[in-house]
Design a protein around this ligand. Structure first.
Ligand SMILES: [Zn+2]
Length: 317
């Protein structure tokens, strides 16, 4: 049995998955994860709050043996298929072209996943409800994707992109891998993601694509009074827009208020309903709906970043 101390205070315990011992320089995407069906057997691993852990250490420092009694009852199941949830509002004259919004639907186990990522999922579902309730007839099809397996490595969104749009040679994280496309690639317009907690939308990360600046600037204009007006050329990582960005498709994550996401709720036992800010989610849903509609109604498709693409064996930029 291994015991690990959690960062966090006031009874907050941050806990994700167990660790499989392997050389420290093993690249992230080559590491064996404990939930891999080929993973070796490992010792059970327990996370304690710092107050509990430190007390054990203090007693041991006095030379007094510590006895812990635990009821550990967990097991790995056989390999389970992940499931993405997909829905759409069909377009009209440009219905073959796809605008997507999305969020991951899975979470870690210590809490209920309220801010990571029921919040983002509910924003996307509410955005679709708003568009439907207004009975708008978008030119392009607006599709929602609620992804499985994000926490284990964007598994759901990567599989969806590979199945419908494109895959990158040597794995999605290989910056030099040529992109092989499917017919859906040319018809894909843009993807917007929500996965940074319950906080308000404050703007958009442009993922290094300067050509989208004037578009986002005009789309955000109506929302300055709601506190959403910032644009940054910066990349932001760690979530499902990367699955699109990795193959040269426009994919973006909103800038959000941090609130107590890192300090309290992200991957912790405090990721529960009480931490959700309802008014902030409403603001986000309105902006998400507006961005999806604006994208669906635009005359041109979204500008893309240059990427090396393989077309029937030949590659071109
Ligand atoms: Zn998340």
């Amino acid at each position: 049995m291994l015991i690990e101390v959690s960062r966090g205070d006031d009874g907050t315990i941050f806990v994700q998955s167990a660790t499989v011992p392997q050389p420290a320089d093993t690249p992230f995407d080559k590491r064996i994860q404990p939930y891999d069906v080929k993973a070796p057997k490992i010792l059970p691993q327990i996370v304690l709050s710092s107050e509990q852990y430190n007390r054990i250490i203090r007693i041991l420092e006095q030379g007094i043996p510590v006895r812990l009694r635990m009821d550990v009852d967990v097991k790995f199941t056989d390999e389970q298929p992940g499931m993405n949830i997909i829905g759409e509002i069909p377009g009209t004259d440009l219905k073959d072209q796809i605008v997507m919004i999305g969020a991951h639907f899975d979470s870690w186990h210590a809490g209920t996943g309220a801010t990571d990522n029921a919040s983002g999922s509910s924003v996307c579902i509410e955005a679709m409800r708003i568009l439907k309730a207004l009975n708008l007839k978008p030119r392009r099809t607006i599709r929602i994707g609620l992804w499985s397996g994000e926490e284990e490595g964007l598994l759901g969104s990567r599989a969806y992109v590979a199945q419908h749009f494109a895959r990158r040679e040597g794995g999605w994280m290989n910056p030099h891998g040529v992109v092989t496309t499917k017919p859906g690639y040319e018809k894909f317009d843009v993807y917007f993601n929500d996965d940074n907690g319950t906080g308000k939308f404050r703007g958009v990360y442009m993922q290094g694509n300067a050509a989208v600046w004037p578009i986002f600037r005009s789309w955000l204009a109506p929302f300055a009074g709601m506190g959403c007006s910032t644009l940054t050329l910066e990349n932001t990582g760690g979530t499902d827009h990367l699955s699109f960005d990795a193959v040269g498709l426009p994919g973006f994550q909103f800038i959000q208020d941090e609130l107590d996401y890192e300090a309290r709720t992200h991957h912790s036992n405090m990721d529960v309903y009480d931490r959700v800010q309802g008014d902030d989610l409403k603001q986000a849903a309105i902006i998400m709906a507006s961005f999806a509609y604006d994208a669906a109604m635009r005359d041109e498709m979204f500008p893309r970043k240059p990427v090396e693409i393989s077309v029937k064996g030949k590659s071109s930029k």
